[in-house]
Write a protein that binds this ligand. Sequence first.
Ligand SMILES: [Zn+2]
Ligand SMILES: [Zn+2]
Length: 365
Amino acid sequence: MGRNDPCWCRSGRKWKHCHLGRDKQQPRNINDLLNAIGQEQARGYSCVHPDAGTGTCSGGPTDAHTIQKEGGLRAIAENGHVISSKKGAFSIGRNDGRIIPQRDGIGNASTFPGFCNTHDAMFSPAEQKIVPLSREVAFLLSYRAIAYEKFLKESALRSNGLHRQEADKGRPFAEQADIQTVLYAEKCGFELGLADLTRSKAAFDVAYRASYAGFDFLAVEFDSVLPVVSCGAFFPDFDFFGQPLQSLASAALAAIAVNLAVLNERSVLFFGWIGDSGPAEAFASSYARLPQAEKANAAVRLAIEYIENTYCRPGWWNGLPQALRGGLAASFFTMSAPAVFRRGADGLCLDGKIFATASVSRELP
Ligand SMILES: [Zn+2]
Ligand SMILES: [Zn+2]
């Protein structure tokens, strides 16, 4: 290549500033790289409240909890700790490239730099000692889940950029090409996901300003505290009976927000979405049609397998058979999930394992 040509890796940089001599560069140690990614992910965000940008922010965003620390994380913690797969993802350098869920303190778990102090107060109705199962609370939890997933995609894109400049240092050209091909595909996937979440977040912003018009939810309260809490969102491709909902290759995907929270000392599963008759509503309504006795187990499995921002009670997690724990961790990489966690073509797990039981005490609306 000419020194000033755009680099073959599609970084947009000139070759001389990008891959020229990459095979002779000093490779970065994996732990170093993970630290750099952690730092990259932690800086440079601004408040994402619907009114941010109108001069009402009190400075930059602070670390906000996506799951209530006192009611939620504390309810499943032991000695102030929970089990976190996200924490495990940052230790793959010490675990042979495997994600092994790890203990994390409830002060650190599940935070993100999303809202300034003033605007973080928008969530206070969902943070009280007694929290009503109301439309407002369902909206606020769902809103935070969507904002959090959008943040995750933004930070994933940033670490992808860092990876593309670092991961192939010192490797021969053929390996560089393989690595860059995978990372470029990953970047395209993150960009598509971010575009869909940006659209979802904008729709939630509109609903916020219109007193939650257009917002719909399902809340299912259990009679006890389940061993898992979770907050996130995803694009449902199959419902709970294996019926297809949307192709993940379609142009604009519909997101559903999921919160497995603890309110008033009971676990409550919230689904929240915008718009009628779409894949998100169909997903929630298929959950509502599950036999009552299966709902707690389905909630726990959904959180563990679909939502990254999920935390478990240590005693419960450590008490699971090793095959199940290993299988769960491996199922984070769906391509190589072991038999115990394999899915059918309809997206349903084939193992029939029961992780949790509880009775449904209330269902809203
Ligand atoms: Zn390059
Ligand atoms: Zn703000």
